[in-house]
Design a protein around this ligand. Structure first.
Ligand code: URA
Length: 234
C-alpha cells in the first residue's frame, strides 16, 4: 500500500496532508526517513512512525455510538447534524459510515464502520441479524395488536417479516426485528392504529449498547463484538 494512503486510512492525515508530512521528513519506515508519498509499504510487517509515534495499522474501524436525538444517520447533510459529527476528527477521516439507519428522533445503538462488505453482510435480511428496540406507544397495545404485529403487518405495500414483542406494560416493551425498512417500527404501529412516542435501539446481533455510554458518547467495538462483521468475510 502507498505510504500516504496508509496514513490516511489510519486517520492520521488527509491525503494531501499526508503527502506534506512525508515530503517534510516526518515519516519513518523501518527507522528510515521516506520522502516519497507513493513509497510502497507492507502495512502488516513494516514499522511506521509519524513524528516519532508508531502508526498502528488496522484495516477496519468499528465504533459503537449511543445516538442522541436530533442527529441523522448519514455521513454528511447540508442542513442536519450527522452522527459522524460525534466521533473524533481522526476517525472521521477513515471514511466511516453508519451501518444501518436510525431516524433523527430514534436513540441508541448505531455502529459506525468503514467495512463495506461487513456492513453489507450484517444488514442483509438473509442473515437474520436481530435488532432489539425499546419502545413506548401512545395508546395501550392490546394482545391482539401484539399478535398481529408479530405475525407481520402491511406497512404500505410491504408485509413485514415475523418479529417478537415483549411487553413490559401495556404501553412499553421491546421489539426484535430481523429486517430494517424505512421507519419500520413507526409504520408497524400505525398499521395497528397506534403511534410510537419513544424508540431506542438497544442491541444489534450480539452487540449490546454499552450502559456506560452517555447519549452522544462512543467507544470502539471490542474484538469479540467485531466478530459479527468478520463472519461476513468467511
Ligand atoms: N424503526 C423506525 O421506525 N425507526 C427507526 O429509527 C428504527 C426502526
Amino acid at each position: 500500500m502507498r505510504l500516504d494512503k496508509l496514513l490516511c486510512e489510519c486517520g492520521k492525515a488527509s491525503r494531501s496532508e499526508a503527502g506534506k508530512l512525508i515530503r517534510g521528513g516526518k515519516v519513518l519506515v523501518n527507522n528510515q526517513v521516506i520522502k516519497k508519498p507513493d513509497f510502497k509499504v507492507n502495512e502488516l510487517t513494516d514499522t511506521i512512525t509519524l513524528n516519532g509515534v508508531a502508526v498502528e495499522y488496522k484495516r477496519f474501524t468499528y465504533i459503537m455510538l449511543n445516538k442522541p436525538e436530533g442527529y441523522v444517520s448519514a455521513t454528511d447533510d447540508p442542513t442536519e447534524k450527522t452522527v459522524l459529527e460525534l466521533v473524533s476528527e481522526e476517525d472521521r477521516r477513515k471514511g466511516l459510515f453508519p451501518c444501518g439507519r436510525l431516524d433523527k428522533n430514534t436513540l441508541g445503538l448505531v455502529i459506525l464502520t468503514n467495512d463495506g462488505d461487513g456492513a453489507h453482510f450484517v444488514l442483509s435480511p438473509k442473515h437474520h441479524v436481530k435488532k432489539v428496540y425499546r419502545f413506548r406507544c401512545l395508546s395501550p397495545l392490546s394482545k391482539e395488536s401484539v399478535c398481529r404485529l408479530e405475525g407481520g403487518v402491511d406497512i404500505g405495500g410491504y408485509f413485514t417479516k415475523p418479529c417478537t414483542i415483549k411487553m413490559e406494560n401495556e404501553l412499553c416493551g421491546e421489539i426484535t426485528l430481523t429486517e430494517g425498512k424505512y421507519h419500520q417500527i413507526k409504520r408497524m404501529l400505525e398499521a395497528v392504529d397506534n403511534k410510537i412516542t419513544y424508540l431506542e435501539r438497544i442491541s444489534f446481533g450480539d452487540i449490546v449498547l454499552d450502559p456506560s455510554l452517555e447519549r452522544g458518547q462512543w467507544r470502539y467495538l471490542t474484538e469479540n463484538e467485531e466478530k459479527i462483521f468478520i463472519r461476513g468475510k468467511k
